[in-house]
Write a protein that binds this ligand. Structure first.
Ligand SMILES: Cc1cc2nc3c(=O)[nH]c(=O)nc-3n(C[C@H](O)[C@H](O)[C@H](O)COP(=O)(O)OP(=O)(O)OC[C@H]3O[C@@H](n4cnc5c(N)ncnc54)[C@H](O)[C@@H]3O)c2cc1C
Length: 385
């Protein structure tokens, strides 16, 4: 199969890491098709948890990521009035998995992946929006049609053409909350500690993630219907109205972020599907199993997919068998993560005052050491040694 023509649809985290992983295994004929006009990326930052940095190490990407990523020590939970509720010990998770969890801007991550792709001479064809997959071919909106032996659907959660082909439809599920995401950088120090701060309101949440002393990203979130009036308003004004009276750190962070670096996102995930492949098409990353940002694991799972997919395709001579084995290996873990993300979101975006009070009281009594170990156990499932 090493000479098979492989097309990867989508140059996101999943598509790029899959191309790198397949190349490492000796696959020679890989092309990536991407609808965007250039290598730009939307979004602020992400945490590459230790399960993802484990894989990035295997893909020889970790050295570059460590240069620009920030080590996270704790994930602190606080009320909107800055009362401490408890903290997930990220160092404990990292110790159990054997790698560091690193926060990174989307732009930096994208640049590292794209540079690697260039070094490996893998072609990315931008400005190619797939419209349909049929009879082993992909049809693009520029009238091009391309045939491939293997098509990897890495075209994300919202409009995946590959998912539509495999599953018969592609219907992401709106989970009744929105995110305003932002990224900021300054010449003056902004952050003193490498801790994620997770402020809980009632139907509202604000998270702050430092990357370095001078750089970090954040997300304000609120339970809202689709197309709410907030969508059309000035992001910063609204954020100050909603979160400006919470911890003073939040107000400063919002005010210090440039308007053009703030985005409003309606948040969707997917119901898990039990079939990720059809004929020569296999889904990876969000196209196969998108989880909410509250899972913290979407990109990390796409990176794990890349590693396992390439390993299985390397060993297995029969394409269909390879796809079956890949899904079998990945279904349970990704489904648990998707459902955990939904459950956490249900609790965070519940608007009932009584519920929120009880939730915060319970949070005070959680055994965070055990929680950290439980998270590490789940995230380390299926990882290479
Ligand atoms: C606010 C927010 C915060 C998050 N934080 C984290 C985090 O901290 N940690 C984490 O692990 N995950 C996080 N995630 C999830 C993570 O962003 C996704 O799971 C991850 O980007 C999935 O990667 P992907 O490559 O599968 O899809 P994407 O990154 O969506 O890439 C899909 C690519 O396919 C292209 N494409 C789409 N349709 C077509 C088409 N028809 N033709 C050609 N190209 C197409 C798109 O342009 C895109 O480049 C977060 C998500 C959100 C929304």
């Amino acid at each position: 199969m090493k000479k098979n023509k492989i097309i990867i649809l989508g140059a996101g985290v999943g598509g790029l890491t899959t191309a790198i992983a397949l190349h490492q295994k000796g696959f020679q004929n890989i092309t990536i098709y991407e609808r965007r006009k250039t290598a730009t990326t939307i979004g602020a930052g992400i945490v590459l948890w230790a399960n993802a940095t484990n894989i990035l190490d295997k893909l020889s990407l970790l050295n570059e990521i460590e240069k620009v990523g920030g080590k996270i020590n704790e994930m602190q939970r606080l009320t909107k009035k800055n009362e401490f509720l408890g903290a997930i010990n990220v160092n404990e998770i990292d110790k159990k998995i054997g790698f560091q969890s690193l926060s990174i801007s989307r732009k930096d991550l994208q640049e590292i992946l794209i540079q690697k792709i260039k070094n490996l001479n893998i072609e990315i064809l931008y400005h190619h929006k797939a419209t349909e997959i049929k009879n082993k071919a992909i049809y693009f909106d520029n009238n091009k049609t391309v045939f491939a032996d293997i098509i990897i659907g890495a075209d994300g959660r919202m409009n995946s053409v590959a998912r539509k082909y495999v599953n018969g439809n592609n219907k992401p599920v709106y989970q009744n909350f929105v995110n305003w995401i932002g990224i900021l950088e300054s010449d003056e120090p902004i952050f003193t500690e490498n801790n994620v701060l997770d402020f809980w309101g009632c139907g509202e949440r604000f998270g702050i993630v430092p990357i370095s002393k001078y750089k970090g990203y954040w997300a304000g979130a609120k339970s809202l219907p689709l197309n709410s009036p907030y969508k059309k308003e000035d992001n910063k004004d609204i954020l100050i109205k909603l979160f400006g009276h919470w911890s003073s750190k939040i107000k400063t962070i919002i005010q210090s972020t440039k308007d053009e670096n703030i985005k409003y996102i309606e948040v969707f995930d997917h119901n898990p599907i039990t079939n990720w492949h059809k004929e020569n098409v296999c889904l990876i990353g969000d196209a196969g199993h998108s989880a909410l940002p509250t899972s913290g694991q979407g990109a990390c799972q796409a990176i794990e997919d890349a590693f396992h997919f390439s390993n299985i395709l390397d060993i297995e001579n029969n394409m269909e068998e390879a796809f079956i084995k890949f899904q079998k290996l990945r279904f349970e873990k990704t489904t648990i993560i998707t459902m955990a993300g939904r459950n956490f979101a249900k609790s965070l975006f519940n608007t009932d005052r009584e519920f929120c009070e009880q939730r915060n009281k319970k949070a005070l009594h959680i055994n965070y050491q055990n929680s950290s170990i439980g998270i590490a156990e789940l995230w380390s499932k299926g990882l290479p040694n």
